[in-house]
Ligand binder design. Structure first.
Ligand SMILES: [Zn+2]
Length: 294
């Protein structure tokens, strides 16, 4: 068994995107609820949802953005939470980190597809369920993590030029500063609202039960994927696909996993009664709870 464990550790450290994940082992190949998937509008169960409740997502946070050899990963000390009536048991999910998947100069690179369409890139905001003791404990549970997936699309000539913090953090902060693996920078005063949530209509989204899209592919994720893409400038995308190198010092492109079998899983398409991504403080959450009691 010791030998097996060494192999498992080796895979965790050494995996690459050379075949878009097709050779990954263990749960990655044997699992029954793997991600990403092709999200089909036809056949999805239709439901309505209340407004998203994002606590502290409007805080102008300070970030650490690090090249981990597979993407850039952004973390912060600012504590943020997410609540939605679409989660079971009124689950309260705490923000953990965000990262991005992208393509190349000729191919798109989102992980999920929507009706067989692959978008240019996809951002993932990772959260963990606070009913568990830690992020590591949550990784072992079917509802341990909640990831918000945002499709990203570079603008066409007809679009009004995007002007938001996702463009800025790539163009100004990340630009040429995290090329080598483990390099990190510290962008300041950027909120999750301005980086992601405010840049897209969050009133329509897919929901299904899946996994991490990187080894060890833990089947712990309640996925939310918004159907409307965030638009970024073409120059931002051109910088994104050149912004990092992998462990072998090759420019990291196409850092996405191929779509997986849906199997017998249910895909739900939610339409929110309000597209406003309001920021609810404790008092509002408390009032909401009172309303539920009445
Ligand atoms: Zn991801």
């Amino acid at each position: 068994m010791k030998f097996y464990n060494i192999l498992a550790v080796t895979q965790a450290a050494e995996w690459t995107y050379s075949d878009q994940g097709d050779s990954w082992k263990d749960v990655c190949s044997s699992g029954a609820r793997q991600s990403p998937i092709n999200l089909e509008t036809d056949g999805a169960e239709q439901k309505s949802a209340g407004a998203w409740r994002f606590k502290n997502y409007d805080e102008e946070a300070d970030w650490q953005v690090k090249n981990n050899g597979h993407s850039i990963v952004a973390t912060t000390n600012t504590e943020m939470h997410m609540i939605s009536d679409t989660f079971n048991d009124d689950a309260n999910y705490k923000f953990h980190s965000w990262h991005i998947h992208w393509g190349s100069d000729t191919e798109p690179g989102s992980e999920h597809k929507m009706d067989d369409k692959q978008f240019d890139a996809e951002a993932h905001l990772v959260h963990w369920n606070t009913k568990y003791d830690s992020f590591d404990d949550a990784l072992k549970e079917g509802d341990g993590l909640a990831v918000l997936g945002f499709f990203i699309e570079k603008e066409s000539e007809n679009d009004v030029s995007a002007d938001h913090d996702l463009d800025r953090i790539i163009n100004e902060d990340v630009n040429n500063n995290v090329q080598s693996m483990n390099a990190n920078i510290h962008p300041q005063d950027k909120s999750l609202m301005n980086l992601f949530v405010n840049n897209v209509d969050t009133s329509q989204f897919f929901r299904y039960e899946g996994s991490l899209t990187t080894p060890t592919c833990n089947e712990a994720v309640i996925w939310t994927v918004f159907s409307n893409p965030i638009k970024i400038r073409k120059e931002t995308y051109d910088k994104m696909i050149k912004m990092t190198k992998d462990k072998d010092a090759n420019t990291l492109v196409k850092n996405f996993r191929n779509v997986q079998d849906v199997g017998d899983r249910t895909i739900t398409f939610y339409t929110s009664v309000s597209s406003a991504s309001s920021i609810f403080g404790i008092s509002t959450v408390f009032a909401f709870s009172l309303l539920q009691l009445l």
